[in-house]
Design a binder for this molecule. Structure first.
Ligand SMILES: Cc1cc2nc3c(=O)[nH]c(=O)nc-3n(C[C@H](O)[C@H](O)[C@H](O)COP(=O)(O)O)c2cc1C
Length: 244
């Protein structure tokens, strides 16, 4: 119940449901009842409200808990916010203080230090990462390491990035097929190489490749060249990120 896009909200789905608490209760009751005999837990993901004048996440959270929802993920934006501005964590903190089921905090968590901060501030049981994992799937181990040790993990080597991206591409092509695969992989490749030396010209060339075999090879060769030329810049210290 968090999707903000028009075509979803226009058919009374996604975050549009936040304006219909009676319907939320009926849906949650029905889904929980259908899943209970199978022993499948039902979780809910939602936003803080329809807009900033009607934040009802706390009421929705209580309805969810009463309906037997097993855990709640809360994105710290309203539907009207879409993806603009900054996520706020006060509502997540208030919800966590009031309900007994696990709360997962979500929105703009893009570093280990931010994860630590959000967990401490909200008291949430876990965090959920979305966009910051695009092209950077190692963020999960970075966060895990930082939460367990307080230390910043070294970034992956170019060689490891290469392996991860090539494996990702193999899966991507298998799932989407040749025609769609090569096209939709471009944005993922762009996310992985973003900020690396020479990435802009590499991506410009990438957009002219129209088959998966050449695309895969170009990625492999480019990372080979990078590996020969150096190592990635170490991640900034967590303290520096928080102070920024
Ligand atoms: C392109 C895109 C697609 C998304 N699709 C879904 C989805 O299918 N289901 C969902 O619960 N959230 C979806 N989200 C929302 C994210 O799960 C997340 O709540 C939101 O991006 C905020 O977290 P972040 O700042 O870590 O990205 C999507 C977000 C983006 C940017």
């Amino acid at each position: 119940m968090g999707c903000p896009v028009k075509k979803v909200c226009n058919v009374a789905s996604g975050s549009a449901l936040l304006r219909h608490e009676d319907l939320i209760v009926r849906i949650l009751d029905a889904v929980v009842a259908a899943c209970a005999p199978l022993g499948v837990p039902v979780t809910l993901k939602t936003r803080t409200g329809w807009d900033r004048n009607s934040r009802n996440a706390l009421r929705v959270a209580k309805l969810a808990e009463n309906a037997g929802i097993a855990a709640l993920t809360l994105h710290g934006r309203t539907r009207a916010d879409l993806y603009t501005g900054e996520a706020e964590y006060d509502t997540i903190r208030a919800v966590k203080a009031e309900i007994g089921i696990p709360v997962i905090a979500n929105g703009d968590i893009d570093s280990p230090a931010k994860a630590r901060h959000v967990l401490d501030y909200t008291g949430a049981d876990a965090v959920m990462i979305g966009r910051a994992a695009q092209g950077r799937p190692w963020i999960f181990r970075e966060i895990d390491h930082y939460l367990r040790t307080g230390e910043t993990l070294a970034p992956p080597s170019y060689g490891e990035m290469r392996e991860l991206l090539l494996e990702h591409l193999d899966d991507h092509y298998r799932f989407y097929g040749e025609h769609t695969g090569v096209r939709t992989a471009r944005k993922h490749i762009g996310w992985y190489v973003d900020g690396l030396p020479g990435a802009d010209s590499f991506c410009a060339g990438m957009n002219r490749i129209d088959n998966t075999r050449d695309q895969w090879r170009a990625v492999a060769d480019w990372f080979d060249t990078l590996s020969r030329d150096g190592a990635p810049t170490p991640a900034p210290a967590a303290e520096a990120l928080l102070a920024a």
